[in-house]
Design a protein around this ligand. Structure first.
Ligand SMILES: [Zn+2]
Length: 330
């Protein structure tokens, strides 16, 4: 395989705080010998664990980038033991465009792993994290939110895994993040995910879904800030007391948690995020947009639980994820 062309402009092994870039050569119409400059901050103080922190894996999710930008101006080397690697905008071209996927190649970074060193810009970013960044890390936190098309109750999550030792280490880190909700996640489609790449390498991996709609709120930014600090303390790189508040633990046992739209039209939420639903309850209705006198298509919960996610825009298409129900741990 050819070598990945990405280079870091700052050292990973030197003590202190270093602000720089991951430099990805990208020849295009506006810049023949140009490069995509992905912001990078490396903070190190002696030997200790390495924590790898990423936001904007999808470019239209903002709580992570905000909390991580703040960390690059507040966290001092003398505050830590070990190393903190911060990439606030993981899929930087997507982040700059304010879109889920990259404008360069339409790449969805979280479906591009393990990537290719000779692939598209998104595939090169994936390959660099697969072969250079992830191997350096002990614990990995990747911030997500719903983006423009989904909205979530604020939760931290970790995956159900075959290796139960690894799974429980990730669940502990998820609980340390201490979002208002903590979700044991079953993915509908885990092929190509950063999460899977990290877990297959034996890393402790935590992700989040903190809000959505293509923006952030004071509440969800507060959840990100507190969770990030707790995560660093849990990882052993930062001293201090964790702030621990009540959290609701949820599971996603099977595909019945997800409801997809099989019509297109106007989306009427019938229950709101965080509301309790019972099996068979109407959770949303989809109305015709092109004529009057049509009864709406009703969608019912296939499980009892709490509404943890919903389609965000007012219009919906066939195949869109309409709602997700999480099941409280008893
Ligand atoms: Zn995302």
């Amino acid at each position: 395989m050819p070598e990945n062309p990405i280079t870091a402009t700052v050292p990973f092994e030197e003590d202190g705080i270093h602000h720089g870039f991951l430099r990805l050569p990208f020849s295009h119409d506006q810049s023949a010998w140009g490069a995509i400059m992905i912001p990078l901050c490396v903070i190190r103080n002696g030997d200790g664990p390495t924590v790898l922190l990423t936001g904007a894996n999808h470019g239209d999710e903002y709580e992570g980038p905000i909390a991580l930008q703040e960390l690059t101006v507040t966290l001092r080397p003398e505050d830590i033991t070990g190393r903190v690697i911060i990439v606030p905008a993981f899929n930087y071209p997507a982040f700059r465009a304010g879109t889920r996927t990259s404008p360069n190649d339409k790449g969805n970074l979280n479906r591009s792993f393990p990537g290719r060193p000779d692939g598209t810009p998104t595939e090169k970013i994936a390959d660099y994290f697969q072969n250079t960044m992830l191997p350096m890390a002990d614990m990995v936190l990747d911030f997500h939110s719903g983006g423009k098309t989904l909205d979530f109750i604020p939760f931290a999550c970790a995956h159900v895994q075959d290796d139960k030792t690894r799974e429980s280490a990730s669940f502990e880190a998820m609980r340390a993040f201490n979002a208002p909700y903590s979700v044991q996640l079953l993915e509908i489609d885990n092929l190509g995910m950063y999460d899977t790449a990290a877990e297959d390498m034996g890393k402790v991996f935590v992700s989040t879904e903190l809000g959505g709609g293509g923006s952030s709120t004071a509440r969800t930014n507060g959840v990100a800030r507190k969770g990030l600090r707790n995560f660093l303390i849990h990882a052993g790189v930062l001293d201090g007391e964790m702030q621990v508040d009540p959290t609701v633990e949820l599971r996603m046992p099977d595909d019945d948690c997800y409801t997809f739209s099989d019509t297109e039209g106007m989306h009427e939420p019938v229950v709101d995020l965080g509301d309790e639903v019972s099996l068979g309850d109407v959770i949303a209705r989809v109305w015709a947009v092109d004529r009057t006198g049509m009864a709406p298509r009703e969608y019912r919960a296939a499980r009892s639980g709490i509404l943890i996610s919903r389609h965000f825009p007012g219009l919906i298409k066939m195949g869109d994820c309409l709602a997700v129900v999480g099941v409280p741990e008893t």
